[in-house]
Ligand binder design. Structure first.
Ligand code: FAD
Length: 235
């Protein structure tokens, strides 16, 4: 279904990611973790680009968090929008949603703006009404200024929030020096592999690496949920 949306606010979350808040013309019903398909004006034939909703389904305005990529039409269009202007989305789409499974753990793993649907899930009333036994969220970024939603996530009750930083010499307590896959390897003993659901979102290379690791640990496919944002070209 198409929704006309009014821009409420744009603000920088990090040097390369901005938040777009908008209010749809009528209630936009979606499940936490789903995405909207933004209509991007582009000559005679508009383009469509998917962006995960970063806010919980009960929250208005709706929030997106968007990575700036040089010359990409989708992100550049959203970055140029001004408060009061309108844009169109089709919604809702996507299958990366929370699956409540009492008695099991959940590990959410994201790179960059892949944390958006995870934030939507963690803030949702559905998640808070039936949380996993233990919840961990790993966010892979290169440098501290790329960590998204750090204050909010650090304070979320019941969440073990671990930013994993790959391009720094050292990290403060509570963060991990290395990639998300290295965190999983080094903390293997404390993961109940057979009793954990894994939610993966972001860079396709990270998702492939994590899936290889999970397969080696015997994690079945039905304990795995994923959304690939972008597949980097093969070197
Ligand atoms: C289901 C889904 C949900 C998504 N949700 C979000 C979201 O919440 N926030 C968000 O920022 N993006 C999200 N994306 C990615 C988004 O849809 C666009 O692909 C991205 O914004 C680039 O679109 P563009 O039109 O600006 O550039 P494009 O013309 O699509 O790409 C321009 C160039 O940048 C490269 N590129 C594309 N994406 C990336 C990247 N992430 N890093 C580096 N290079 C890249 C392309 O290969 C191309 O060379 C999502 C993707 C999917 C499939």
């Amino acid at each position: 279904m198409e929704y006309l949306c009014r821009v409420d606010e744009l603000r920088a979350l990090t040097p390369s990611v901005f938040e777009l808040k908008f209010t749809p013309e009528r209630p936009l019903v979606f499940e936490a973790g789903q995405y909207v398909s933004v209509v991007v004006p582009h000559g005679e034939k508009p383009l469509r680009r998917p962006y995960s909703v970063a806010s919980a389904p009960h929250s208005v305005p709706i929030e997106l968090c968007v990575q700036r990529i040089a010359e990409g039409p989708g992100n550049s269009y959203l970055a140029r929008l001004q408060p009061g202007e309108s844009f169109s989305v089709f919604a809702p789409y996507g299958f990366l949603v929370f699956h409540p499974k009492p008695g099991r753990d959940a590990v959410f793993i994201a790179t960059g703006t892949g944390v958006a649907p995870i934030r939507s899930m963690l803030l949702s009333t559905q998640f808070q009404a039936s949380p996993p036994r233990r919840t961990t969220c790993l966010l892979g970024v290169r440098t501290p200024d790329e960590i998204l939603y750090h204050d909010e996530m650090s304070q979320l009750a019941g969440l073990r929030w671990i930013p994993c930083l790959s391009r720094v010499p050292s990290v403060p307590k509570g963060q991990f020096l290395g990639r998300v896959t290295q965190w999983l390897e080094q903390n293997s003993a404390e993961i109940a592999w057979a009793e954990t659901d894994f939610y993966l979102c972001g860079n396709g290379a990270m998702i492939d690496e994590v899936k290889t690791l999970l397969k080696a640990r015997g994690v079945p496919k039905d304990a795995l949920y994923q959304e690939i944002y972008f597949k980097p070209p093969k070197a």
